[in-house]
Design a protein around this ligand. Structure first.
Ligand SMILES: Cc1ncc(COP(=O)(O)O)c(C=O)c1O
Length: 404
C-alpha cells in the first residue's frame, strides 16, 4: 500500500475510534518547551502532554538513554528481568518510603495493581469482609473498569454494565464525610495528594493527616495516586514528601517516563509479599526501553536544581497569571502547587475553559483544562523562564480575546 494519502485531521475522523476529539493542530516535532505543527507553526507548550513531558521535548538525556537502549535490547517480558528495570527500581526505593516496585505501562495499570494488591492484602490478613475501597468525589484514577469506578465521576464509569463492587466516595477535604464511610471493613482509601483532573484542588494539611490517621485506626491501607503529582511536579520528588504523610502504596506514571509510557506501583515489603508469583502481571511492564528512559528522567529530575527550579518557576507563573487577572478579572482563584497550576474562571465565564484553550492555541500556546471552568498548566519542569514569560504573553492575548 502506498503512502499517497493526506495525513491530516480529517483522517482522524475516517480511521480512528471517535472517543477523542483532538485539536485541528497536528504537532510533528518538539524541542524543549516548543512544538511545531505540520505547517511549521510554533507553539509554546504549557500542557506537557498532560503533565507527562517533565523534561520538555527531546531532552538530550532522554534521547540518549532511548537510543542507547534501542541499540542494546528492546523487550524481554517478565520471564526475564532486565538491567534498566532493576536500576530504576533501586533508585525509586532508595529515594522513597518504598521497599518494592511493580512496573506497569500507564497510570491506570499502576492503580489497578495497587487496588488488587490492597484487596489481596486485606483478604489474607483480615478476611473477605474487608473489601471496601473508599475514594474521593472528582478524583481520577484511570480508565480501566476498576480504576474508573474508583474514580469520583460516575459519568465516566456508567454505561459499561455491572461495575466492580464495594467502592464508595467521600468528599475531598472533608474528614467527616470520610469518617462516616469508614469502618473495619475498609480495605483501602485512595487519594490524589492534589486532585488534578478534578480541578487542581490541594488537600489541607489537616485533611491529609486525618486521612492517614483514619486509615491507621481501621487497618486500612492508604494509597496515594501520584500519577499526576509525582516525579517533581509539585516541587518535591513525590507530593507525599511535602505533605508529611506517608502512604502504604504509591502509584506513579506520566512524568516517570518523561514521555515514554511507563507506570509503577511502590510499596513496603510487608504489603508487597501479598502479590505472590502468578497473582498479577503484564507483558510489557518494566520493559527495558521504558525503564532506560525513566531512569534518565528520574536522575535528571531528582536533583536540587530541578526541584528548586520547579518552585521558582511556579512563582513566576502565579505572579504572571495574577498580573493578567488584575487587568481582566477573569479568574476567581489561581491555585495548585509547583508546576500544576489551575486558574478558575469566575461566574461570568462559566463553562468557557475550552474556548479559552482554543483561543490560546490560536495565539500559539498549548494549555490544558480541568473541567469546563478551570484552565490547567502542567509544563516541563525545566521550561526556560523566557518561555514562561512568552507563553503568558500569548495567554494574555487569548484572555483579552475572550474578555471582549
Ligand atoms: C491522578 C491520575 N491517576 C491516574 C491517571 C491515569 O493515567 P493513564 O492515563 O496513564 O492511565 C491519571 C491521568 O490523567 C491521573 O491524573
Amino acid at each position: 500500500m502506498s503512502n499517497h494519502f493526506p495525513v491530516n485531521r480529517e483522517l482522524f475522523d475516517d480511521v480512528m475510534v471517535p472517543n477523542y476529539a483532538p485539536s485541528a493542530v497536528i504537532p510533528v516535532r518538539g524541542l524543549g518547551s516548543s512544538v511545531w505543527d505540520q505547517q511549521d507553526r510554533e507553539f509554546i507548550d504549557f500542557a506537557g502532554g498532560i503533565a507527562v513531558n517533565c523534561l520538555g521535548h527531546c531532552h538530550p538525556a532522554l534521547v540518549s538513554a532511548l537510543t542507547e537502549q534501542a541499540n542494546k535490547i528492546w523487550h524481554l517480558s517478565n520471564v526475564m528481568t532486565n538491567e534498566p528495570a532493576l536500576r530504576l527500581a533501586k533508585k525509586l526505593t532508595d529515594s522513597t518510603f518504598a521497599d518494592k516496585v511493580y512496573f506497569a505501562n500507564s497510570g491506570a495499570e499502576a492503580n489497578e495493581a495497587a487496588l488488587k494488591l490492597a484487596r489481596r492484602f486485606a483478604l489474607e490478613n483480615f478476611g473477605a469482609e474487608k473489601s471496601q475501597i473508599i475514594a474521593f468525589k472528582q478524583g481520577f484514577h484511570g480508565r480501566t473498569f476498576f480504576t474508573v469506578t474508583v474514580g469520583g465521576q460516575a459519568a465516566y464509569s456508567d454505561g459499561f454494565g455491572p461495575k466492580p463492587g464495594d467502592i464508595d466516595h467521600a468528599e475531598y477535604n472533608n474528614l467527616d464525610s470520610l469518617k462516616a464511610l469508614m469502618s473495619d471493613k475498609t480495605c483501602a482509601v485512595v487519594m490524589e495528594p492534589l486532585q488534578g483532573e478534578g480541578g487542581v484542588v490541594s488537600p489541607t494539611d489537616e485533611f491529609a493527616k486525618g486521612v492517614r490517621e483514619l486509615c491507621n485506626q481501621h487497618n486500612a491501607l492508604l494509597i496515594f495516586d501520584e500519577v499526576q503529582t509525582g516525579v517533581g511536579r509539585l516541587g518535591e520528588l513525590y507530593a507525599y514528601m511535602g505533605l508529611g504523610v506517608t502512604p502504604d502504596i504509591l502509584t506513579s506514571a506520566k512524568a516517570l517516563g518523561g514521555g515514554f509510557p511507563i507506570g509503577a506501583m511502590l510499596t513496603t515489603n510487608d504489603i508487597a509479599q501479598h502479590l505472590k508469583v502468578g497473582t498479577h502481571g503484564s507483558t510489557y511492564g518494566g520493559n527495558p526501553l521504558a525503564c532506560a528512559v525513566a531512569e534518565a528522567a528520574f536522575d535528571t529530575v531528582n536533583t536540587v536544581e530541578v526541584l528548586d527550579g520547579v518552585k521558582a518557576k511556579a512563582k513566576l507563573y502565579v505572579a504572571g497569571l495574577n498580573a493578567i487577572n488584575a487587568k481582566y478579572h477573569m479568574f476567581s482563584e489561581i491555585r495548585g502547587k509547583g508546576l500544576l497550576i489551575g486558574a478558575v474562571l469566575t461566574e461570568a465565564y462559566q463553562g468557557r475553559a475550552k474556548e479559552l484553550l482554543n483561543a490560546a492555541l490560536e495565539e500559539g500556546l498549548m494549555t490544558l483544562i480541568a473541567g469546563a471552568n478551570i484552565m490547567r498548566f502542567a509544563p516541563s519542569l525545566v521550561i526556560p523562564d523566557e518561555d514562561i514569560v512568552e507563553g503568558l504573553a500569548r495567554f494574555e492575548k487569548a484572555v483579552a480575546t475572550l474578555a471582549k
